[in-house]
Structures are given as C-alpha cells and as structure tokens.
Design a binder for this molecule. Structure first.
Ligand code: BEZ
Ligand code: FE
Length: 293
C-alpha cells in the first residue's frame, strides 16, 4: 500500500480513487462527463500500455494544438474532425430527427461566414469570371412531417472548381460562391453556381503532422454547405457531396455519409443540376458559432 492507502500497482483502485475525487462536482452534467472521460482515459492508458515518455508526447501535442489556434483558426476543431468525433457527435445529436426521416447533418466546418450576402431566388452566386461548369441547385425546406417551411433562411457556401474558398483565394471577389436565400411559400429556393472541387484540409499545424504520421490523404470530396434556419425548428447544418468525387468514400473528416451523396445530373447544356431536400426537426432554433466574420 502507498501513503494514500492505494495498492501501488492496482489500476482499478487508482481509477476508483480518481472517480471519488470527482464525486463532489456540483454541476451534475459536468460530473457525468468527467466520470466518463476519467474512465475512458484510464482504460486507454492501460490498453495502449502507455509509457511516461509517450504520455509526454501526447500532452505536448495538445499544447501544440492550442498554440496553433487563434481567432482565424481552431486546430482543436480540426482535430475533432480528422478523428471523426465531430461527425459522431453531430449524427448522435440528430438521431431522433434521423429516425423520422430528417436530413443527415454534416460539419459546419471553418469556412462559414457571418455576413453572407442576401440573394434573390435563382440568382447566381458565382462571379462572372469564376471558371468551371455551371451548377443549378434547387432545394426545398420542410419539417419532418413534410410541411413546407416558408420564409426559412438558407445559407450556402462552397469552394471553387479550383478547390478554394473565396477567403483563401485572391483571384475571387469577396463573398464569391456564398449566399443567403429565403424560401418561398412552398419552402423552395434555387440558385446557380459552379461545380465545386474537393480540397485539402489545412495541414500547416499539428493536425497536418498527425495525418502525415498516419499516412493519410488530406482531401475532402467536393461539396456544397447548407445551414438552414426556420422558426420553431432546430438549425440544420449539412453538406451535399459530388458522388463522382474520387474521395467521396474516404472524406478526411468522415462527413460524407450515405444520403448526402448526390449525382450531379447533366442539364443538357454542358452544366449540371442537383435537387436537395432539407428536412428539419421541431425544436429550439439555436445557431452554431460562426467561425469567420
Ligand atoms: C469544410 O467542409 O469546409 C471543412 C470541414 C472540416 C475541416 C476543414 C474544412
Ligand atoms: Fe467545405
């Protein structure tokens, strides 16, 4: 026994002592989360047979994640993304809606901007000099029972056919390939754009080193983002993916799930078209944190 009365080599007794130290946490939800984290962290250290040097490497990695983060970049979010935790949490959070046919959610990601321009129905969100095949998007917003949601706010943003968001590309005008639409009385909206391309996630920080150490590629398949806000409904953040993209089945952030894959149909004039359905669950309308001004 050591001075606290613990058997020196008994992981179970140590775990119980640490859990007991958490027993007075006043916030019951925080206590539940900490209990679970402590149990899983201890099990992880035992299963991986972690050495003190390896623990130090892991802790230094967490410090590097913090140092690489700032107002314009949140490396911690990227870590949750590339480990699939962000997608897991989002899908679990939407499980009741999914059981009733709600649209699958997907990550908001780091490129949504707070003041995307309001656009008229049918408007083109691409500047005249944006190269690439034309893409027509037609959408409908409904509640889970199929009732159209009129006056819903539909935000969209996407990368260019070169795989760059406008805020990463000096050749695109500000707010290119972004828009905010409002649904009509039948819950419908439409816009014209260009076919997006896939792109790499930022790899200039510790997440880039981790991906390299894992021997993974760094690409997201081509997609369009949507964020839909309708009164009395939970906000839906999702993405629709080009089913022909070579990485549609191995998205580096695991966001490209089954029902969000779309065939970009030929419009017969050299362009493409997609139809999207956005089905929202009733509930509190709470916007996610916006990553960019
Ligand atoms: C995005 O889809 O914009 C994105 C999501 C996660 C990491 C990087 C980009
Ligand atoms: Fe994206």
């Amino acid at each position: 026994m050591n001075t606290q009365g613990l058997p020196a080599t008994d992981p179970q007794a140590l775990l119980e002592a640490v859990l007991a130290s958490n027993s007075k946490t006043a916030n019951s939800r925080l206590k539940q989360i900490l209990d679970s984290a402590i149990r899983h962290l201890h099990a992880f250290a035992v299963e991986a047979d972690l050495t003190p040097a390896e623990l130090d490497i892991g802790l230094d990695f967490l410090v590097a994640i913090g140092k690489a983060s700032g107002p314009k970049k949140h490396e911690g979010i990227l870590l949750a993304d590339i480990l699939g935790v962000a997608t897991l949490v989002q899908l679990r959070n939407a499980r009741l809606a999914l059981a009733e046919g709600g649209t699958e959610p997907a990550l908001v990601g780091p490129f949504w901007r707070a003041h995307q321009p309001r656009r008229a129905d049918g408007e083109c969100i691409a500047s005249a000099d944006t190269p690439g095949p034309r893409l027509t998007v037609r959408g409908r917003v409904t509640s889970l029972d199929g009732k159209p949601l009129a006056g819903a706010r539909v935000e969209t943003w996407q990368a260019s056919p070169k795989g760059l968001y406008e805020n990463q590309d000096e050749q695109q005008p500000s707010m290119n390939l972004r828009g905010r639409f409002e649904t009509d009385a039948d819950g419908r909206f439409s816009f014209v754009s260009v076919r997006p391309a896939g792109y790499p996630v930022p790899v200039d920080g510790p997440c880039g080193e981790l991906l390299a150490a894992q021997g993974r590629h760094i690409l997201r398949p081509a997609h369009l983002h949507f964020l839909v806000v309708a009164e009395g409904h939970r906000v839906l953040a999702t993405q629709f993916f080009d089913s022909e993209d070579p990485h549609v089945h191995d998205d580096v952030v695991f966001g490209a799930v089954g029902s969000l894959l779309k065939t970009f149909e030929s419009d017969g004039q050299g362009g493409f078209a997609i139809d999207v359905e956005l089905r929202l669950q009733r509930g509190e309308t709470k916007l996610p944190k916006c990553p960019l001004p």
